[in-house]
Design a binder for this molecule. Structure first.
Ligand SMILES: [Zn+2]
Length: 172
């Protein structure tokens, strides 16, 4: 079982930035590094990739990798600081992607206790459309929400654990 992890954003694209200056790309990288260690300890083969120049690099690397599943890790952001919760995105025609999204969403809710925004179909996202393996994009929490920003900054292992348990659940 080979797992392709994409830490969202990277290079000169910071992704969303909180009022305190916390960058989405750094949070995504931290969560993915913890998740990579735990997946390797559990015996899985892992490729961790964060883009440097453009997001088409991600699908190119994934297409060559022969990965069994693809997971892109992000933080959500909104103009209103009260927006909150976890959501997981998948490509509309992928039944396996939908199931992977449901497994990860379920476990992230258990490990974080955050609000359930649900699993959502997204046709317009390159990383879901152009990847070969069943693919999901996880919006872990809102970096624009002060309480969730704190969790993203101080408890990245909580998010890594939820994604890890969701992956195990999907595989078994
Ligand atoms: Zn993002």
């Amino acid at each position: 079982m080979k797992i392709f992890l994409n830490a969202g954003h990277g290079g000169c694209d910071p992704g969303a930035v909180s009022k305190n200056g916390l960058k989405e790309k750094d949070v995504a990288k931290r969560i993915c590094e913890i998740l990579t260690d735990r997946l390797k300890q559990a015996g899985y083969s892992v490729i961790l990739f964060q883009e440097q120049n453009s997001f088409t690099e991600i699908s190119k690397a994934e297409n060559k990798s022969g990965a069994d599943i693809f997971i892109s890790v992000h933080c959500n952001s909104f103009s209103s600081s009260s927006a909150n919760g976890v959501e997981t995105l998948y490509y509309p025609t992928s039944a396996k992607g939908k199931r992977l999204a449901e497994c990860i969403q379920t476990w992230l809710l258990k490990t974080t206790g955050l609000f359930n925004r649900g699993c959502k179909m997204r046709r317009d996202l390159h990383v879901l459309r152009a990847t070969k393996a069943p693919a999901v994009l996880v919006e872990t929490a809102f970096i624009s929400n002060p309480e969730e920003e704190k969790l993203l900054r101080d408890k990245p292992e909580m998010f890594a654990d939820g994604i890890l348990q969701g992956i195990k659940n999907y595989i078994n």
